[in-house]
Design a protein around this ligand. Structure first.
Ligand SMILES: CC(C)(COP(=O)(O)OP(=O)(O)OC[C@H]1O[C@@H](n2cnc3c(N)ncnc32)[C@H](O)[C@@H]1OP(=O)(O)O)[C@@H](O)C(=O)NCCC(=O)NCCS
Length: 230
C-alpha cells in the first residue's frame, strides 16, 4: 500500500494518519511541520542511529538504533496503517533507501507528500516516499523515483527523470529533459542545463552551473561546473 498526501487530500473525511520519522535533525522538523499542520497526521516517535542526538521535538520521544525501533514496535498498539518518513537530507540517498527497505519489512508504509504550496503538473509520476517541499515547481511529464526529495523552491522542468534516493536541494533548477540518476545530490541553488545526465552517486555543489554530463560518483563545483578533484 502507498500513502500519498497531496493537495486535495481530505483530512476531514479520513482518520488521522499515525507515522514515525527516521532521522532526527533539521530535515525532520520540516517534515513534521508539513504532515502535522497540513495533513492532520500524528507523529508517534522519531528514530536515529546517532545516540548523541536529542529529540528535535519536546513532545515526541527520540529512540535510537534498530534495537530501539524493534523494542518500541513490538509493544505498539495502534491501528494500521502506520506510515514512515525517512528524514535524512544531504547526500544520504543510500541511507534513505536502505532505511525505507528496513521499515517496509516491518509492514510500515512509506508516506509520500506534496506540500500544498507547490506547483505540480498532473502528469507527474511519483514513486514511494517522495517529499516535495514548499515552493517547489514540478513541470510536465516528470518522473520521480522512490525516496527522492525535491526541496524548497526547487524547479524541475518538463520531462526530467529523477532516480531513487535523489535530493534536489533548495533553490536548485533542472532545465528540461535532465536525467538525475539514483542517489545524486544537486546542491542548493545549482543549475543543470537541458538534456544533461547526472550519473548515479554524483554530487553537484551548491551554486554550480552544470553544462556537461556528470560522471558517476564525482563531485562538481563552480561556474561552469568542474570536477572538484581536478
Ligand atoms: C561541493 C561540496 C559537496 C564539497 O564539500 P567538501 O568536500 O566538504 O568541500 P570543502 O568544504 O572541504 O571545500 C573544499 C574546497 O572547495 C570549495 N567549495 C566547496 N563547495 C563549493 C561550492 N559549492 N562551490 C565552489 N567552491 C566550493 C571550498 O571553498 C574549498 O576551497 P579551498 O580549498 O580553496 O578552501 C559542498 O561544499 C557543497 O556544495 N554541498 C552542497 C550543500 C547543499 O546544498 N546542501 C543542501 C542541503 S538541504
Amino acid at each position: 500500500m502507498r500513502i500519498h498526501l497531496k493537495p486535495g487530500f481530505s483530512t476531514e473525511s479520513s482518520p488521522s494518519l499515525n507515522y514515525i520519522i527516521w532521522g532526527a535533525k533539521g530535515h525532520a522538523m520540516v517534515v513534521r511541520d508539513v504532515l502535522d499542520n497540513h495533513y492532520n497526521c500524528h507523529l508517534l516517535a522519531v528514530f536515529d542511529n546517532n545516540t548523541n542526538l536529542e529529540s528535535p521535538y519536546s513532545d515526541v520521544p527520540l529512540l535510537y538504533l534498530r534495537e530501539g525501533f524493534e523494542e518500541w514496535f513490538s509493544s505498539l498498539n495502534v491501528p494500521s496503517p502506520l506510515g514512515f518518513v525517512v528524514a535524512m537530507g544531504g547526500a544520504r540517498g543510500k541511507d534513505r533507501l536502505f532505511t525505507a527497505e528496513y521499515l517496509t519489512s516491518f509492514g510500515l508504509q512509506p508516506v509520500s507528500f506534496i506540500h500544498p504550496w507547490t506547483s505540480v503538473c498532473s502528469n507527474v509520476v511519483f514513486g514511494d516516499g517522495i517529499q516535495i517541499m514548499a515552493g517547489a515547481c514540478i513541470s510536465a511529464k516528470v518522473n520521480i523515483g522512490d525516496q527522492t526529495i525535491v526541496n524548497h523552491m526547487a524547479n524541475v522542468d518538463h520531462e526530467c527523470i529523477l532516480g531513487k534516493g535523489v535530493h534536489i536541494a533548495p533553490g536548485a533548477t533542472l532545465a528540461g529533459c535532465v536525467t538525475v540518476q539514483d542517489r545524486v545530490m544537486i546542491g542548493a541553488g545549482a543549475t543543470i542545463l537541458p538534456n544533461l545526465t547526472i550519473e548515479e552517486d554524483a554530487i553537484v555543489g551548491a551554486g554550480a552551473v552544470v553544462t556537461k554530463d556528470v560522471d558517476a560518483g564525482s563531485v562538481v563545483i563552480g561556474v561552469p561546473a568542474r570536477r572538484k578533484d581536478q
